[in-house]
Design a protein around this ligand. Structure first.
Ligand code: SF4
Ligand code: SF4
Length: 176
């Protein structure tokens, strides 16, 4: 693991292969654009490794200034929020879409398609389909393996911490 970014790219590729295989075998899969239930019910503030944060920052840097200002406001509010579950500060709540989809964290790429120690990492809707036996042929991804590989990329910090240490809370237009 000499190069974290190479490894993150490899991880992305492995996840994409698994997700694509599941979708191909089950065209009625529930996860799709506009389905944002999991982004609205986060158990905790998302955590990211440094390379995941750098990727996300690329997405944040590409946002229009007004959208970035909304994200900045959302993240500031999230840092002091004590209620759970949480709405992700990067969710466009009107569109039901991630504002940094191409640059989203690894956990967001696996959710809905992976299991961890026999526990499905998916929402109630998928859980119900699994319980009904609809998707008993699914070859789920192995989240424990992903987590081990992710741990090799370095320590994690909460999104709120990354945001304040690197972005200095300035909107893109303010950053010259
Ligand atoms: S995990 Fe559930 S809520 Fe999240 S995108 Fe998939 S179907 Fe929608
Ligand atoms: S980063 Fe994007 S995909 Fe992940 S929880 Fe937030 S809105 Fe959803």
């Amino acid at each position: 693991m000499e190069n974290g970014e190479d490894t993150l790219a490899q991880l992305d590729h492995a996840i994409e292969m698994r997700v694509s295989a599941i979708r191909a075998g089950h065209p009625d899969w529930l996860c799709r654009m506009g389905c944002d239930g999991c982004c609205r019910r986060l158990a905790e503030i998302p955590t990211l490794t440094a390379v995941e944060w750098q990727r996300m920052k690329t997405g944040l840097d590409g946002l229009p200034a007004s959208v970035f200002a909304t994200v900045r406001q959302n993240i500031s509010a999230l840092a002091v929020e004590t209620d759970r579950p949480l709405v992700c500060p990067l969710l466009d709540q009107d569109a039901g879409a991630c504002m940094v989809y191409e640059h989203r964290p690894t956990a967001c790429r696996t959710y809905g398609f992976y299991v961890q120690r026999d526990k499905g990492l998916y929402c109630k809707a998928i859980e119900a389909r699994v319980a009904d036996g609809d998707w008993n042929t699914v070859v789920w991804g192995n989240q424990d393996s992903i987590d081990r590989r992710l741990a090799g990329l370095g320590d994690t910090k909460a999104l709120t911490e990354w945001f304040t240490t690197v972005v200095t809370l300035a909107a893109p237009n303010d950053r010259g």
